[in-house]
Design a protein around this ligand. Sequence first.
Ligand SMILES: [Zn+2]
Length: 136
Amino acid sequence: MGASSDSAMQPATPGGAPGGARAPGFWRAAAGLLCPRCGGSRVFAGWFRIRAGCPACGLVYEREPGYWIGAMYVNYGVTAVLLMTAWVTLDLVAGLPWSWVLAILVCLGAAFPVAFFRYSRVIWLALDVRLDPPRG
Ligand SMILES: [Zn+2]
């Protein structure tokens, strides 16, 4: 390959979409469940069905086998912080009985990771695209 064909394959900005489309920004991509490279499409085709890649910019979402383990860490970390905050608030600040606190924390600990599943994947994908932009 010559130098001219190499430069034609490079995005306008590091991690940017081919053709120079502007990245949507980390929080906008995460909140809108949008492609973190171009923002031109949604990452999920259904509640739990992730697309293979972005139809707008061609970004492959699952970059390698086991790629989504990082999203599990994101989901676990956010859930742990939420549960710790809820525990401090309910038990130490509000002074609820321990049985109520335990019931609320169990329900929150079961429901939140499911509700946050899609966001954790897009957060992980956006982090990865920012820190290790796909080449080519
Ligand atoms: Zn895209």
